[in-house]
Write a protein that binds this ligand. Structure first.
Ligand SMILES: Cc1cc2nc3c(=O)[nH]c(=O)nc-3n(C[C@H](O)[C@H](O)[C@H](O)COP(=O)(O)O)c2cc1C
Length: 184
Protein backbone atom coordinates (compact mmCIF):
# COMPACT_ATOMS: atom_id res chain seq x y z
CA UNK A 1 0.00 0.00 0.00
CA UNK A 2 1.47 3.38 -0.89
CA UNK A 3 1.79 6.07 1.76
CA UNK A 4 -1.10 8.28 0.64
CA UNK A 5 -3.46 5.33 0.34
CA UNK A 6 -2.53 4.23 3.86
CA UNK A 7 -2.99 7.74 5.25
CA UNK A 8 -6.32 8.26 3.48
CA UNK A 9 -7.77 4.90 4.44
CA UNK A 10 -6.57 4.19 7.99
CA UNK A 11 -9.43 3.12 10.19
CA UNK A 12 -9.65 1.75 13.71
CA UNK A 13 -10.56 -1.90 14.01
CA UNK A 14 -12.15 -2.80 17.33
CA UNK A 15 -12.83 -6.50 16.65
CA UNK A 16 -9.48 -8.22 16.45
CA UNK A 17 -8.42 -11.82 16.44
CA UNK A 18 -5.36 -14.06 15.94
CA UNK A 19 -2.80 -13.97 14.51
CA UNK A 20 -0.98 -11.10 16.13
CA UNK A 21 1.46 -9.16 13.93
CA UNK A 22 4.64 -11.12 13.24
CA UNK A 23 8.10 -9.82 14.07
CA UNK A 24 8.72 -8.36 10.61
CA UNK A 25 5.45 -6.44 10.67
CA UNK A 26 6.23 -5.20 14.18
CA UNK A 27 9.71 -4.08 13.13
CA UNK A 28 8.14 -2.09 10.26
CA UNK A 29 5.76 -0.46 12.71
CA UNK A 30 8.52 0.51 15.13
CA UNK A 31 10.68 1.85 12.29
CA UNK A 32 7.72 4.04 11.31
CA UNK A 33 7.29 5.17 14.94
CA UNK A 34 10.94 6.21 15.06
CA UNK A 35 10.33 8.55 12.10
CA UNK A 36 7.92 10.74 14.05
CA UNK A 37 8.87 14.42 14.13
CA UNK A 38 10.83 14.92 17.31
CA UNK A 39 12.15 18.29 18.54
CA UNK A 40 15.71 17.81 19.72
CA UNK A 41 15.69 14.16 18.62
CA UNK A 42 14.99 13.21 22.22
CA UNK A 43 13.08 10.03 21.36
CA UNK A 44 10.64 10.75 24.19
CA UNK A 45 8.81 7.45 23.83
CA UNK A 46 9.05 3.80 24.58
CA UNK A 47 6.77 0.87 23.87
CA UNK A 48 5.86 -2.27 25.78
CA UNK A 49 4.76 -5.25 23.69
CA UNK A 50 2.22 -7.42 25.49
CA UNK A 51 1.50 -10.85 24.11
CA UNK A 52 -0.31 -13.73 25.89
CA UNK A 53 0.98 -13.49 29.47
CA UNK A 54 1.53 -9.73 29.23
CA UNK A 55 -2.11 -9.13 28.37
CA UNK A 56 -3.18 -11.40 31.25
CA UNK A 57 -0.97 -9.47 33.69
CA UNK A 58 -2.40 -6.20 32.37
CA UNK A 59 -5.90 -7.60 32.91
CA UNK A 60 -5.04 -8.32 36.56
CA UNK A 61 -3.69 -4.77 36.95
CA UNK A 62 -6.98 -3.41 35.55
CA UNK A 63 -8.88 -5.53 38.08
CA UNK A 64 -6.66 -4.47 41.00
CA UNK A 65 -7.00 -0.80 40.01
CA UNK A 66 -10.78 -1.01 39.65
CA UNK A 67 -11.21 -2.81 42.99
CA UNK A 68 -9.06 -0.19 44.70
CA UNK A 69 -11.43 2.50 43.40
CA UNK A 70 -14.56 0.47 44.03
CA UNK A 71 -14.05 -2.42 46.47
CA UNK A 72 -17.68 -3.58 46.12
CA UNK A 73 -17.57 -3.95 42.36
CA UNK A 74 -19.97 -6.68 41.19
CA UNK A 75 -18.24 -9.89 40.02
CA UNK A 76 -19.73 -9.49 36.53
CA UNK A 77 -18.16 -6.05 36.26
CA UNK A 78 -14.83 -7.44 37.46
CA UNK A 79 -15.02 -10.12 34.76
CA UNK A 80 -15.80 -7.49 32.14
CA UNK A 81 -12.83 -5.38 33.19
CA UNK A 82 -10.57 -8.46 33.17
CA UNK A 83 -11.70 -9.32 29.63
CA UNK A 84 -10.79 -5.93 28.17
CA UNK A 85 -7.07 -6.46 27.52
CA UNK A 86 -7.88 -9.86 26.07
CA UNK A 87 -9.90 -8.35 23.20
CA UNK A 88 -6.91 -8.53 20.86
CA UNK A 89 -3.95 -10.89 20.55
CA UNK A 90 -1.44 -8.10 21.15
CA UNK A 91 -1.31 -4.75 22.93
CA UNK A 92 1.43 -2.19 22.53
CA UNK A 93 1.57 0.28 25.39
CA UNK A 94 2.71 3.66 24.06
CA UNK A 95 4.57 5.57 26.76
CA UNK A 96 5.76 9.17 26.74
CA UNK A 97 9.14 9.23 28.40
CA UNK A 98 10.07 12.92 28.54
CA UNK A 99 13.66 14.03 28.94
CA UNK A 100 14.92 17.14 30.71
CA UNK A 101 15.72 19.68 28.02
CA UNK A 102 16.15 23.45 28.23
CA UNK A 103 14.28 24.11 24.95
CA UNK A 104 11.83 21.25 24.52
CA UNK A 105 8.91 21.30 26.97
CA UNK A 106 7.16 18.12 28.06
CA UNK A 107 4.13 19.15 26.00
CA UNK A 108 6.15 18.97 22.78
CA UNK A 109 7.59 15.63 23.82
CA UNK A 110 4.07 14.30 24.39
CA UNK A 111 3.13 15.47 20.90
CA UNK A 112 6.17 13.70 19.44
CA UNK A 113 5.31 10.47 21.28
CA UNK A 114 1.70 10.75 20.08
CA UNK A 115 2.95 11.18 16.52
CA UNK A 116 5.09 8.07 16.99
CA UNK A 117 1.98 6.12 18.00
CA UNK A 118 0.10 7.43 14.98
CA UNK A 119 2.96 6.38 12.67
CA UNK A 120 2.74 2.95 14.26
CA UNK A 121 -1.01 2.78 13.58
CA UNK A 122 -0.58 3.80 9.95
CA UNK A 123 2.22 1.28 9.44
CA UNK A 124 -0.04 -1.40 10.93
CA UNK A 125 -2.85 -0.46 8.56
CA UNK A 126 -0.48 -0.40 5.56
CA UNK A 127 0.33 -4.05 6.36
CA UNK A 128 -3.37 -5.00 6.73
CA UNK A 129 -3.06 -5.33 10.49
CA UNK A 130 -6.05 -4.17 12.50
CA UNK A 131 -5.34 -1.63 15.22
CA UNK A 132 -7.12 0.61 17.69
CA UNK A 133 -5.74 3.27 20.03
CA UNK A 134 -7.45 3.20 23.42
CA UNK A 135 -6.90 4.92 26.74
CA UNK A 136 -9.65 5.17 29.36
CA UNK A 137 -9.18 5.69 33.12
CA UNK A 138 -6.81 2.71 33.40
CA UNK A 139 -4.17 4.52 31.36
CA UNK A 140 -3.56 7.04 34.13
CA UNK A 141 -4.31 4.85 37.15
CA UNK A 142 -1.28 4.61 39.48
CA UNK A 143 -1.79 0.86 39.99
CA UNK A 144 -1.47 0.34 36.24
CA UNK A 145 1.40 2.76 35.64
CA UNK A 146 3.39 1.36 38.58
CA UNK A 147 2.54 -2.20 37.62
CA UNK A 148 3.85 -1.60 34.11
CA UNK A 149 7.06 -0.16 35.53
CA UNK A 150 6.67 3.46 34.47
CA UNK A 151 8.97 6.06 35.98
CA UNK A 152 7.46 9.08 37.77
CA UNK A 153 7.84 11.42 34.78
CA UNK A 154 6.40 8.91 32.29
CA UNK A 155 2.81 8.55 31.17
CA UNK A 156 0.78 6.08 29.16
CA UNK A 157 -0.46 7.74 25.97
CA UNK A 158 -2.27 4.73 24.67
CA UNK A 159 -2.96 1.04 24.63
CA UNK A 160 -2.75 0.06 20.97
CA UNK A 161 -4.79 -3.08 20.41
CA UNK A 162 -3.48 -5.08 17.45
CA UNK A 163 -4.42 -8.18 15.53
CA UNK A 164 -6.16 -9.50 12.47
CA UNK A 165 -9.48 -7.78 11.65
CA UNK A 166 -12.35 -10.05 12.72
CA UNK A 167 -15.06 -9.24 10.19
CA UNK A 168 -15.50 -6.41 7.75
CA UNK A 169 -13.68 -3.16 8.31
CA UNK A 170 -15.87 -0.09 8.88
CA UNK A 171 -16.49 1.54 5.49
CA UNK A 172 -15.17 5.07 5.28
CA UNK A 173 -17.03 8.00 3.82
CA UNK A 174 -14.97 10.76 2.26
CA UNK A 175 -14.90 13.46 4.88
CA UNK A 176 -15.03 17.08 3.75
CA UNK A 177 -11.89 18.68 5.12
CA UNK A 178 -12.63 22.17 3.84
CA UNK A 179 -14.44 23.42 7.01
CA UNK A 180 -11.18 22.86 8.90
CA UNK A 181 -9.05 24.92 6.52
CA UNK A 182 -8.84 28.68 6.06
CA UNK A 183 -6.57 30.83 3.96
CA UNK A 184 -5.15 33.51 6.19
C1 LIG B 1 -5.35 9.57 22.66
C2 LIG B 1 -6.51 8.75 22.16
C3 LIG B 1 -7.21 7.95 23.04
C4 LIG B 1 -8.31 7.20 22.62
N1 LIG B 1 -8.98 6.41 23.52
C5 LIG B 1 -10.04 5.70 23.13
C6 LIG B 1 -10.73 4.83 24.03
O1 LIG B 1 -10.33 4.68 25.18
N2 LIG B 1 -11.81 4.18 23.58
C7 LIG B 1 -12.28 4.34 22.29
O2 LIG B 1 -13.28 3.72 21.95
N3 LIG B 1 -11.63 5.13 21.41
C8 LIG B 1 -10.52 5.80 21.78
N4 LIG B 1 -9.86 6.59 20.89
C9 LIG B 1 -10.41 6.78 19.53
C10 LIG B 1 -10.17 5.61 18.61
O3 LIG B 1 -8.81 5.19 18.64
C11 LIG B 1 -10.53 5.99 17.16
O4 LIG B 1 -9.64 6.91 16.64
C12 LIG B 1 -11.95 6.53 17.02
O5 LIG B 1 -12.86 5.55 17.43
C13 LIG B 1 -12.27 6.95 15.57
O6 LIG B 1 -12.11 5.88 14.70
P1 LIG B 1 -11.13 5.94 13.45
O7 LIG B 1 -9.72 5.93 14.03
O8 LIG B 1 -11.45 4.73 12.65
O9 LIG B 1 -11.43 7.20 12.73
C14 LIG B 1 -8.72 7.28 21.28
C15 LIG B 1 -7.98 8.07 20.37
C16 LIG B 1 -6.90 8.80 20.81
C17 LIG B 1 -6.11 9.64 19.82
Amino acid sequence: MDALTALHSRVSVSRLTDPAPDQQALDNMFRAAMRAPDHGLLRPWRFLVLRESGRERLAELFVQASLLDEPDLAPQKVDKIRSKPLRAPMIIVGICSPKDHPKVPVFEQQLAAGAAIDNLLIAAHAQHIGAMWRTGPMASHATVTHGLGLEKQESILGFVYLGTPDGPIRPLTQEDFTPYIQDW
